[in-house]
Design a protein around this ligand. Sequence first.
Ligand code: GUN
Length: 282
Amino acid sequence: MTVIMDGKLTAEKITAEIKTEVSALTVKPKLAVIKVGDNPASQIYVRNKQKKALELGINSVVLELPSNVSEENLLEQIYILNEDTDINAVLVQLPLTEHINKQRIIEAIEPIKDVDGFTSFNFGRLALGYQPYTFPCTPKGIIRLMDEYNINLEGKKAVVIGRSNIVGKPLSLLLQRQNATVIMAHSKTINLKEHTLSADIIVSAVGHPNLITADMVSEGAVIIDVGINRIDNKLIGDVDFNTVKEKVSFITPVPGGIGPMTIAMLMENTLELYKFQKSLGL
Ligand code: GUN
């Protein structure tokens, strides 16, 4: 029997707890989101983040900057948010437009407000096995969902497809922390199928519909689909869900899998940063 992992339900359980905790606070946590330009996917993601924050009693502010905003101007906005003691968490929605140096922008975020865990301070700590202020939201959500379903990672072979800074790279580090044996596959990997066929866990974070087909997975594998592809106005993942689900033990759907978990982790990170800052008297 295949288990369809319900990210929506799990996220609702987590956010209900956050809501209760936030309701007891007199000063509420506050998240600032910067969005540059009008990338249609980013518009939807940012709106969803704002909606969820509102629902949980977390304050949020969205700074919408035009696509031609200068790097200096964008940096200036980040410095203002870093200094603003009302703001606990800062997120710059990615991707940024081409003319902006992404590295410079992310590095400008104060690590203690880096809600994505993308600064070299937090990412470096993750890589070194130390405690960062935050763990990146999507990888954290994936680990949490597998934990919810009691999937033991120790000694298991995990194949992560995609090496982005947002998902693939930090996820591979988190999986290693859980004692999985991790293979990072990417667009230049030769014979992907050879790797996936011997994997206990397959995570696809590429954005390529039907990349993972039933012939590529072994019986009883765990399949985590991070892909978000819009085809004929319908959202689908990277996995050929209907055929793959017949073979595997656990699989995440798209939508309703990792997407809601990512937003729940963003809310959790915001609350964690708030609490840490308060503990320091900030
Ligand atoms: N774009 C897609 N996913 C993410 C994310 O987790 N954080 C940010 N900042 N941008 C994204």
